[in-house]
Every structure is written in structure tokens, then in C-alpha cells.
Ligand binder design. Structure first.
Ligand code: NDP
Length: 305
């Protein structure tokens, strides 16, 4: 079975190269054609090139891990964000349908407005607060409307040993300063790219034998935390692992989002209810702390311990 993976070099794409490899022959491509097998086009801004890629590879499954993920920058680059997050997925959905292929695509907690404190279900009304969330929602709608054989996975707060993310930013700040502030009123579940990639492979395997499983699923690690508590966890755990950090967890101070203005407004409540995924696929993802610990172990500087 041929699997075409787009966005090979992102946090999730990198992990999908590993997790999908047990399901078939993975053709993994990135944005730069010069680095791709047979010079295949993997640039989501090049629609004819992308269509040509799908036709040349002729996959049974397309997995799209590429996305415009610069949330603040999207506020001033809405056209590019929309082209990558909505227009390109629409083309992939059309090409997948024409081939009778599956499309696995990813979306975000940012499609919700963050109100209340209940975990969002797949059936809840969407109302994005920023351009990134709006363009990701448009991408979802295109995929659902165009390609019946889809797995659309909404996740949150993705991190990995490879790539830039919040946990690594906290480690850098804790190395440079003895105290800093982090918002404590946005709540969600940090989800490892590694875990999401593993769950994706399991779900895809099931869906290939039971096509009625196609659909939209929330897929995050279990539990919840605030960015502030997450930062404290990362710093505490890193210190246990022997990192030399100036800041202690207690010196990471909580602040409300209103005291940390950003170009894009973020939702306060990013909790996603994953029961639909659990029920359909028999998957129960571990608490978020498990993989944050693994990631820190993977990236820790040599300490001799
Ligand atoms: P990353 O930002 O780590 O990876 C995205 C990848 O897409 C990068 O390799 C990037 O390449 C690539 N990309 C961007 N523009 C293009 C383009 N025009 N053509 C080809 N490739 C392009 O994201 P994640 O792995 O974290 O995200 C995976 C999925 O999960 C995405 O759908 C995202 O929206 C979703 N998600 C992510 C969250 C997060 O916290 N990161 C939270 C919730 C959902 P380059 O590096 O060259 O720009």
C-alpha cells in the first residue's frame, strides 16, 4: 500500500514517517522539491504541482501533516494561511476522491471560541477567534464536503523533540532567567506529535478495514493543564533530569492572558473530549505528562547521568 505523506519535516510529519512505515510504503515529501523523491512537488502553495504529485504517486492514503501554523503571523498573512490550510486541503480532498483514496488531515482546538469549561465535542458549534483557527476550520469543511473517506483529527498544543514548541521555549527562558511569567487562564492538553502519529496509524489501520469509521475525531493526550502549570512541570522535570536551569518552578509566575497581549486571540478553554475516538477505535491516550517526560529525556543535554 502506498501512503503519500505531506509535511514530512514538521513536528507531526517527522513522527508520521515512523508510525506509518509499518502500514505500507511511505512516500514522504516536504516543501522543497529538490529534497523529495523524483523531485515531487510538496509545496501546498503550488496547486498544479500538488495535483501532479498525487497523480504520479497514486497513493491509497494521503496524509497531510503540512499546515501554516504560525498563529500570530497568520493575522497579517491571511491569504497565505488560507491557501495552505484550506485551499490546498480542498485540492487534496478532490484528488483523493478521484483516486478512491483516504485522506488523513489534522485540525485544531482553535476552531472553538474557548468559552465555558466543558470539553468540546465534535458536534459542538465552532467559532474561531483568529485567522489561523478560521482557515483551519475552512480546511476541515472542505475535506468533509469533498472526500468521504477521511480521517480528520483535531488536536491541541502539539510538541515534539524535533521542532520548535512551547516546552522548548520554557527551557530556553529557564536557562536565561531566574523568573518569568506564563499565562494561567488557557487550559488544554499538551499532545506529543509522537503520540498523535501513533494514534493516527492505529486509526487509519482500523478505518481501512472498516470504512464506516471515516469522520471527525478529537485526539489529544488525557488530562488538562494551563500553560503556566505546564511550564512549571517542564522546568521541574528538566531539573530532575540534571538540566542546569536558573529558574525554579516556583519562580515561574502566573499571569492572565489580558496581561500578555498577542496579535491573535487564543481560546481560554481548549479542552477536547476524545470519547468518540475512544469508542470508535478502542484507543485511550495516556496523560499528557507521560510524553512530556519522554520528550525531555530525549533532548536533555549530556549530564553523565
Ligand atoms: P509544524 O509547524 O511543526 O509543521 C508544519 C509543517 O508544514 C512544516 O514542516 C512546514 O514547513 C510545513 N508547511 C508550511 N507551509 C507549507 C507549504 N506551503 N508547503 C508545504 N509545507 C508547508 O506543525 P505541527 O506538526 O505541530 O502540526 C501538525 C498539524 O497539527 C497541523 O495541521 C496543525 O494545524 C495541527 N495542530 C498543531 C498544533 C500545534 O500546537 N503545533 C495544535 C493543534 C493542531 P516549514 O517548516 O518549511 O514552514
Amino acid at each position: 500500500m502506498k501512503i503519500l505523506l505531506l509535511g514530512r519535516d514538521g513536528q507531526l510529519g517527522w513522527e508520521l514517517q515512523r508510525s506509518l512505515s509499518v502500514l505500507g510504503d511511505v512516500v514522504a515529501i516536504g516543501r522543497d522539491a529538490a529534497t523529495n523523491p523524483d523531485g515531487l512537488c510538496g509545496d501546498l502553495l503550488d496547486l498544479p504541482g500538488l495535483a501532479d504529485t498525487v497523480r504520479r504517486v497514486g497513493p491509497r492514503v494521503i496524509v497531510n501533516a503540512a499546515a501554516y501554523t504560525a498563529v500570530d503571523q497568520a493575522q497579517t498573512e491571511p491569504d497565505t494561511a488560507r491557501a495552505v490550510n484550506a485551499t490546498a486541503p480542498a485540492l487534496l480532498a478532490r484528488e483523493a476522491r478521484a483516486l478512491g483514496a483516504w485522506l488523513v488531515h489534522y485540525s485544531t482546538d482553535y476552531v472553538f471560541d474557548g468559552s465555558g469549561s466543558a470539553a468540546w465535542r465534535e458536534t459542538d458549534a465552532t467559532a474561531p477567534l483568529n485567522v489561523y483557527g478560521q482557515t483551519k476550520l475552512e480546511g476541515e469543511q472542505q475535506v468533509v464536503a469533498t472526500c468521504p473517506q477521511h480521517l480528520l483529527l483535531r488536536t491541541s498544543w502539539v510538541y515534539a523533540a524535533r521542532g520548535a514548541n512551547f516546552a522548548k521555549t520554557m527551557l530556553r527562558l529557564a536557562t536565561q532567567r531566574d523568573s518569568f511569567s506564563v499565562v494561567d487562564d488557557q487550559v488544554g492538553a499538551p499532545t506529543a506529535a509522537e503520540l498523535l502519529a501513533d494514534a493516527s496509524a492505529h486509526m487509519l489501520r482500523s478505518a481501512l478495514v472498516e470504512p464506516a469509521l471515516a469522520g471527525l475525531y478529537h485526539c489529544t493526550a488525557a488530562g488538562e493543564t494551563s500553560w503556566h502549570a505546564y511550564a512549571r512541570f517542564v522546568v521541574a522535570r528538566a531539573r530532575e533530569l540534571g538540566w542546569s536551569l536558573q529558574a525554579t518552578p516556583e519562580r515561574i509566575m502566573p499571569i492572565p492572558s489580558r496581561d500578555y497581549p498577542t496579535p491573535a486571540t487564543r481560546p481560554l478553554n481548549s479542552r477536547l473530549d476524545c470519547n468518540r475516538m475512544k469508542k470508535a477505535f478502542g484507543l485511550a491516550l495516556p496523560p499528557w505528562q507521560t510524553h512530556v517526560g519522554r520528550m525531555l529525556d530525549n533532548i536533555r543535554p549530556a549530564t553523565g547521568r
